[in-house]
Design a protein. Structure first.
Length: 135
């Protein structure tokens, strides 16, 4: 079976936290909408059948302190730690997360970030979802 790689860039520009004033957006990065405990559900389309276990995502975050936050794809939480905590405060970081099994599907897919309980406030920039699919 011939396969090819594809990807989608999903823009969030959202602030998750317990208080809109607890985190300032760094200069030059535009505006971020405060969403509280859950990001907006974003969608992206996969044109051909994705190959199971051949997908990952890159997520751009700012100032994550708690590693318990979750990434949900098509209503299913990805396993284990999803957003790595930052080694230094007030810094952007790009993390990588493997998408296992048959989480992705042909057609419309959804992605959402869920904030862990506690006082962590952080920003979500862009998420790049990358997969292999039938050619």
């Amino acid at each position: 079976m011939a396969t090819q790689a594809d990807f989608r860039i999903v823009n969030f520009n959202e602030h998750l936290g317990n208080n809109v004033g607890d985190l300032k957006v760094p200069a030059g990065f535009g505006s971020f909408n405060f969403k509280g405990n859950m990001s907006t559900v974003k969608s992206f389309v996969i044109d051909n059948p994705p190959v199971p276990n051949e997908a990952y995502l890159l997520i751009q975050t700012f100032d994550v302190n708690d590693p318990g936050h979750k990434i949900r794809i098509n209503g299913v939480d990805l396993p284990l730690e999803d957003l790595p905590s930052h080694p230094a405060e007030n810094k952007w970081q790009t993390g990588m997360k493997k998408i296992t099994g048959t989480t992705l599907k042909q057609g419309v897919n959804t992605i959402q970030i869920i904030r862990a309980a506690g006082g962590d406030n952080f920003l979500i920039g862009d998420v790049v979802v990358h997969w292999r699919e039938s050619a």
